[in-house]
Structure formats: C-alpha cells, structure tokens
Design a protein around this ligand. Structure first.
Ligand code: UD1
Length: 420
C-alpha cells in the first residue's frame, strides 16, 4: 500500500493550480444517467479514485464512458441496461447513493447497495429514501439494497428536509427534473457543488430555480438533452493548500478558484494572521514568516465553515499561538485525526464534539495513519511542520480526493515523496 513520506520544516512558497471539485464532479457524472444523449463534462478531476469509481459504476450499468487525458469525461447513458449499484463499488464510495434519483426518475427502477459503516460516523441515507417515497416511489430495504420502483413517472412533491443534506438535496433535485409536475425542496443544501449540479442540469434542459438558496423549485420536464459542462473548482482542495501556506509560515497562491466560495475559510485565515489577497480567479495566503494565531472553528452547512476543512484547521491550530476550540456539528466521530496528531506531539483534549487544542511551538515526526479523506490531508499538513520524516500510511484515502498531492506540494517547495 502506498505511503507518503514528508520532511517538515520547509516554508512553502509558490502557486498551485486547483482541480475541478470532486463533490461537484460526482453528482454531475451521476446526473448523466438522466440524459437522453451524450454529455461532455470537463474540468473533471479524473485522477481521483472516487471519480474512477463513479465512472466504473456508470460503465457497470451499461453507459458509455470515455475518459480523456485532459480532464474530460464523455458519458452516453443511452444504453443503460442494469439499474444496479453493487456493494463492491458502493462500499468504497458512499457518494454512489447519487445514482438512486437519476435511475429511478429515468428508468423507474434502482437497486443501490446500502453503503454500510463509515469512518466518520453514521451518515444515514433516510432522507434520500423518504424523499423518493414522497415522489410516489415504492422503496424497500432488502438484502442490503435500497430497492426503489415506480410505475410510470415520479410525481413532483413538496419536500421539507429535516436536516441539511448535500447529497440528499442533489439526489432529490435530480429525481425531480424528470418528475411529473412541480417539486419544491425546502431546507435544501446551499453548497456551491449543489448549485453547480443545478447549473449543469439546467444546461441540459432542466428547469431548476433557487439554487444557492434553501428553497429549490423544480419543474419536471419530459427529457434532458446532451450537452457540455465544466465542473466548478474545488474549494476544499484550494483551502487545504492555503492552510499549507499558513502552517509553514509561507506564501501560497491558488489559481483557478472561485474566491467567493472560500469566504468562510479566508475569514479564519485572516484571523490566524495571514495576509489574504484576492483576484478574479485566485487567492493568495501569506503568513510573512510569522506563527499563526489560534482560531476557533465551528462547522456548519454552507455558507458557514465547512466540515471538510475542520481537520486542516485542527492541524493549523496544533502549532498556533494560543488555545482554540473546534466544534464539529455535522458529523459525529470526525476527530480521528486528533489521535494521530497527538502522536506528532500535538496537545489536544476532546470533550464530546469539541476539541480543545493548545498550540505547541513544534511537532516531531512519527508514523501516522490516514483514517478518512480530510483527516489524511490534515496529517500531511501537520507533517509539513513536524521535525523529521513523517510516514503517513493508508493514503488511498488522500487519493480519493486530492489529485497528485505530492507533486502539487513539491511545486510549492515541500519535501514529500510517495512510496509503494
Ligand atoms: C457531503 C460531501 C462531504 C461533506 C458533507 C457535509 C459529497 C460527495 N460529500 O456528504 O464531503 O463532508 O456533504 O458538507 O458531496 N443525514 C441524515 N440523513 C440523510 C442524509 C444525511 O441524517 O439521509 C445527516 C448526516 O448524518 C450528517 C448531515 O446530515 O449528519 C449532513 O450530511 P450530508 O450533507 O448528507 O453529507 P453527504 O452528502 O454524505
């Protein structure tokens, strides 16, 4: 299994190009199942394992999938014959649940394996299931599968989501596109990736209004047509590299981003003492050689601070000046990186969903283990400032969400290499 070896102590300085957003690419690729025609999706982070898994899933169903070496994926879902997402694929990627809405809406049938246990808490899919039932589908849980059926078309409905759910909103929005009549989704997720999916679907003939607000109005249409679309940049990848600049007291510029998507992250970097410069499609974080100040974090749905950046800011706080609290409100059990950071010398106390971190002046290298995607990124960040060579194991988690992380960090001056 691949490992990353990181030698801490280098101040990062440079520019990094940000990839397309994983969390937008996955629903968009799943959304291709709705389309009667060929779809060309560009700016797809095709080097990511989750993208490869999604492509495999589409191919398994009979869709034509062609991956270019320039970040484009062409999907032709005309030949879909098997409306089944098998356990072997779903167990490696929970986002496979995103095929439920498209399959059911277009083919009247979807069998999606239940994802099973997850490293970051329970993460149920009950809101996806109850939403499909409100659209008139018969949904049963049998033999480890969600089995959904509808005779004819789904019926538009008014759905009030009990919790803000990103993939839940996406699944219901996709299903509503081909439903008969009007759908209203209240308490919808407002994440930029949800908006990107809505723009993609509208480009192919869907009628969705309200994306980016908590109320979505969707007029069902008879069919979606083929077309082209470019995926939005990855705000979490961008945020991770900006924190890499801050934690090493260096200067990092991220290119090819939508700065407005980074507002909550940039506010915290400014609080940490960074000088933030913003251009049309770039952001620079400059610590000017000074130690970051500790910043309190509370995760919440967009536009508040993203749970997917919590672990990275935990890493920053481990070496910051002062004491900070980190409150995780989205997922239970999303603090597994904290134990690993303690192995590097961090001073962290956990009380329920709150971590209290007392910044230390230096970390020391140790072997550590990646436990989930963002936790792994946070260990790389901590390793960038730990004295000596840190070995990070199980980095397949990182490869699910960060394209070529070692070469991007090398480009910024980090000492990092991959070993198999
Ligand atoms: C998505 C992102 C993930 C991010 C998360 C929160 C993708 C592919 N993944 O995950 O990176 O960390 O949003 O921003 O986009 N919940 C229920 N019932 C449901 C669905 C969710 O109770 O049916 C709860 C979850 O347990 C969790 C909360 O809602 O506590 C938010 O989860 P959700 O937004 O659904 O996360 P994902 O869409 O899985």
């Amino acid at each position: 299994m691949d490992k990353l070896l990181v030698k801490g102590g280098r101040r990062l300085d440079g520019t990094v190009q940000i990839s397309g957003a994983k969390n937008a690419a996955l629903p968009i690729l799943a959304g291709c199942l709705l389309v009667d025609g060929t779809v060309r999706v560009s700016n797809v982070p095709t080097a990511l394992r989750d993208v490869a898994t999604t492509n495999q899933l589409l191919a398994h169903m009979g869709a034509g999938v062609t991956v270019g070496n320039d970040g484009t994926v062409v999907v032709d879902a005309a030949s879909v014959s098997e409306c089944v997402a098998p356990y072997e694929l779903v167990k490696t990627m929970r986002a496979s649940i995103l095929v439920l809405g498209p399959l059911l809406a277009r083919f009247g049938s979807a069998d999606v394996s239940l994802p099973g246990g997850c490293a970051i808490g329970e993460r149920p899919v009950d809101l996806h299931v109850s939403g499909m039932r409100q659209f008139g589908a018969d949904v049963r849980i049998e033999n480890g599968f969600i089995k959904a059926r509808v005779n004819g078309r789904l019926k538009g409905a008014r759905i009030v989501l009990e919790t803000v759910t990103v993939t839940g909103t996406e699944n219901l929005m996709m299903a509503a596109c081909l439903a008969d009549g009007t759908t209203v989704i209240e308490n919808a997720a407002r994440e930029p990736e949800v908006t990107d999916l809505a723009c993609f679907l509208n480009a192919l003939g869907a009628r969705i209004v309200g994306a980016g607000t908590d109320t979505l109005l969707i007029e069902g249409v008879a069919r979606l047509h083929g077309g082209s679309y470019a995926v939005v940049p990855d705000r979490i990848e961008a945020g991770t590299y900006l924190v890499a600049g801050a934690i090493t007291q260096g200067r990092v510029r991220v290119n090819g981003v939508v700065p407005g998507h980074l507002d909550a992250i940039l506010a915290k970097l400014r609080d940490a003492g960074a000088l933030i410069s913003v251009g049309e499609d770039w952001v620079e974080c400059d610590m000017r050689g000074s130690r970051p100040k500790a910043v309190d974090i509370r995760t919440a749905p967009y536009p508040a601070f993203p749970t997917d950046m919590q672990a990275q800011f935990a890493a920053l706080n481990t070496v910051a000046d002062g004491v900070s609290t980190i409150v995780e409100t989205i997922f239970e059990n999303r603090f597994m990186h904290m134990d690993e950071m303690r192995r590097l010398g961090a001073e962290i106390r956990i009380e329920g969903n709150t971590a209290i971190i007392r910044g230390v002046t230096g970390l020391t290298a140790a072997p550590v283990m990646a436990t989930d995607l963002r936790a792994s990124a946070s260990l790389v960040l901590a390793a960038l400032v730990a004295d000596g060579w840190t070995r990070i194991e199980r980095i397949y988690h990182i490869d699910r969400g960060y394209e070529r992380i070692e070469s991007k960090l090398q480009g910024l001056g980090a000492e990092i290499r991959r070993e198999s």
